[in-house]
Write a protein that binds this ligand. Structure first.
Ligand code: ADP
Ligand code: MG
Length: 225
């Protein structure tokens, strides 16, 4: 147990460092991208090399943004009582376009309960952004995305279920490893960050999947009194 505690502490330090570096990279990166756009003529921008440059810059941006989420909130944490269904509604609305593009059926349902959780809304939103993004990326046209909330004693469960391509056993073992991705343009950081954010709230994240059938990710959170 001591060993585990020490590992957790190390992770905390590394996360803090990564977030700090990401923060420092963010501004110069934004300048580079912005000025490059101004410097290049219309013709130069059509060039295949500038395509590569912008794609790679966007890749750095994605990684930087993910790492920045690991930053400890400055000074005091902004923990407030948050309505979980409101967070979920807000997050799904961000994906309206992708949901329509693939003609995905979205179902949302909740058991009886208040679904109040003590959290920082911005971070909790990020949790569902990452999970819904993965679910939609795994989905083909006419799939279903189901979000189910359940309140049981002192715990809240939110299941994000897709009918997408699923995950094989080998891949399942590796999910959450930093930089592990099966996607061409993935960062392999979404679940790392999501796990950290959920753990910071005293919760947990579990995967249940069957290759070819779909995936269910369950977020467990303590209920706010
Ligand atoms: P990324 O999305 O950038 O690849 P993530 O950490 O979000 O990184 O996810 C890691 C990997 O886990 C993905 O590349 C994918 O293989 C797998 N994965 C996560 N969620 C799902 C899902 N809902 N369906 C299928 N595979 C998933
Ligand atoms: Mg992802």
């Amino acid at each position: 147990r001591e060993e585990w505690k020490q590992k957790e502490k190390q992770l905390e330090t590394v996360a803090h460092l990564a977030a700090g570096i990401a923060h420092e990279i963010k501004n110069p990166l934004t300048s580079i991208k912005g000025f490059l756009q101004i410097m290049l003529s219309e013709e130069q921008r059509q060039n295949k090399y500038s395509d590569i440059v912008f794609n790679e810059l966007e890749r750095i941006e994605d990684i930087v943004n993910e790492f920045m989420m690991l930053a400890k909130p400055e000074r005091e944490k902004q923990m407030v009582r948050t309505s979980l269904p409101e967070i979920v509604d807000y997050t799904t609305s961000l994906f309206k376009k992708q949901i329509e593009e693939k003609s995905i059926t979205l179902n949302t349902s909740y058991s009886d309960g208040t679904f109040q959780v003590l959290s920082e809304p911005k971070r909790l939103k990020q949790v569902f952004i990452n999970l819904i993004k993965n679910a939609l990326e795994a989905s083909t046209v006419y799939g279903t995305l189901t979000i189910e909330g359940e309140e049981k004693d002192d715990l809240l469960f939110v299941r994000v279920r897709d009918s997408g391509k699923g995950i094989d056993a080998e891949t399942l073992k590796r999910i959450g490893e930093p930089f592990f991705t099966t996607k061409e343009k993935g960062t392999g950081l979404g679940i790392v960050v999501t796990k950290k954010l959920v753990h910071d709230l005293g919760g947990d994240l579990t995967f249940d999947s069957e290759k070819g059938k779909g995936t269910t990710v369950t977020v467990t959170l303590p209920k706010s009194k």
